[in-house]
Ligand binder design. Structure first.
Ligand code: TXA
Ligand code: MG
Length: 319
């Protein structure tokens, strides 16, 4: 365990909150993936965050807050936003809303857009950290830009090393996929499928529109993201020589299996950890069996497609 990584004891969380208030970067667990936190009210802290991840400045961040009241300070909540927030927060849901006039977020958090992305995470460590920090915390997934998201503290320190002041270790993330991002600035839109299913959201506010054609509404949605170093080959029946096989459902020959019983939530929780584990030079590629598209399968297939998108290009090794 790296010296920057520490068990998320109450003392460590208090130290993390103090570091955040001091403008430093602190990685912490949420129920979805580990986040790399920075004071969202500090221009310098947010600049340090973009630099540490190597993230393009036009890719806006999610501001994390302790509760719905804190969120209402930063954005305009209409009836749809109220319903979703009350039903699903804390939880794996991010709402993109019109920025309020008295928002405390520095404009760089939302890449200068007139909207802000807000989320109340459902993890005891994140909740305690946010309460003690006492301000919104910008937190993208705690990985170098474009690489696999981290679901353990070890993934974070492997990827970001000493670019972070402290990594709070709260164990593996139970959901394992990033939050679902819903745009509510106009028509309700699914901007990124994620840990909360589309069906659950539509049951609350009715049908969601798809992301708009070629308009860049969620920049993270259009570039190569979530990629392992090795090429990904999708929807395979069997591996070729030299490939690792990532299985789903009954498959004795799989190198690793997302869910031997075919459970999509279990597969989501295992996805990034198993891709991290198979992303080794001894294999030529990672071959992934077909995953059904229902429920968590929508977000799983979204991430796999993005991870496979640029496999023709040579890739750099992790952090
Ligand atoms: O589960 C999660 O959402 C994790 C944990 C740490 O909370 N965070 C996360 O952050 O995945 P990140 O930065 O990797 O992804 C944020 C997504 C990006 O696709 C970004 O483009 C979109 O949210 N986003 C943020 N602000 C936006 C805005 N104002 N309008 C449209 N999309 C926005
Ligand atoms: Mg990310």
């Amino acid at each position: 365990m790296s010296g920057l990584t520490t068990d998320a004891t109450p003392d460590a969380i208090a130290r993390g909150a103090a570091l955040l208030r001091d403008g430093r970067l602190v990685a912490f667990p949420t129920e979805t993936v580990y986040g790399l936190g920075a004071d969202a009210t500090s221009e310098a802290a947010v600049a340090a965050l973009f630099a540490a991840k190597g993230r393009p400045a036009n890719n806006p961040l999610i501001a994390h807050v302790a509760d719905i009241d804190a969120a209402r300070d930063e954005a305009l909540f209409d009836d749809r936003a109220e319903r979703l927030a009350r039903r699903f927060w804390p939880g794996p849901l991010t709402l993109v809303l019109p920025r309020s006039e008295n928002s405390t977020l520095v404009p760089q958090v939302s890449a200068g857009l007139t909207t802000v992305a807000l989320r109340v995470p459902d993890h005891p460590v994140a909740a305690a950290l946010l309460r003690q920090a006492g301000r919104p915390i910008a937190a993208p997934s705690a990985n170098p830009s474009g690489r696999l998201s981290p679901t353990t503290a070890a993934h974070v320190s492997d990827g970001l090393g000493d670019r972070v002041a402290l990594v709070l270790d709260g164990g593996p993330c139970p959901v394992g996929l990033e939050s679902t991002v819903i745009g509510l600035a106009g028509e309700a839109r699914l901007l990124r499928p994620g840990g909360l299913s589309r069906a659950d959201i539509e049951a609350e506010i009715g049908p969601l529109a798809a992301p708009e054609g070629d308009v860049l509404i969620a920049p993270g949605m259009t570039t190569s993201h979530y990629a392992p170093t090795l090429p990904l080959r999708l929807n395979v029946d069997q591996a070729r020589d030299g490939e690792a096989l990532l299985g789903f459902g009954s498959c004795p020959e799989a190198t690793l299996n997302l869910s031997p019983t075919g459970d999509l939530d279990e597969a989501a929780a295992n996805l990034y950890a198993m891709l991290h584990a198979l992303d080794r030079a001894e294999f030529s590629a990672i071959a992934v069996m077909a995953i059904p598209g229902a429920g968590a399968g929508l977000a799983i297939n979204d991430r796999l497609r993005r991870g496979a998108a640029d496999t023709d290009q040579p890739k750099q090794a992790h952090g």
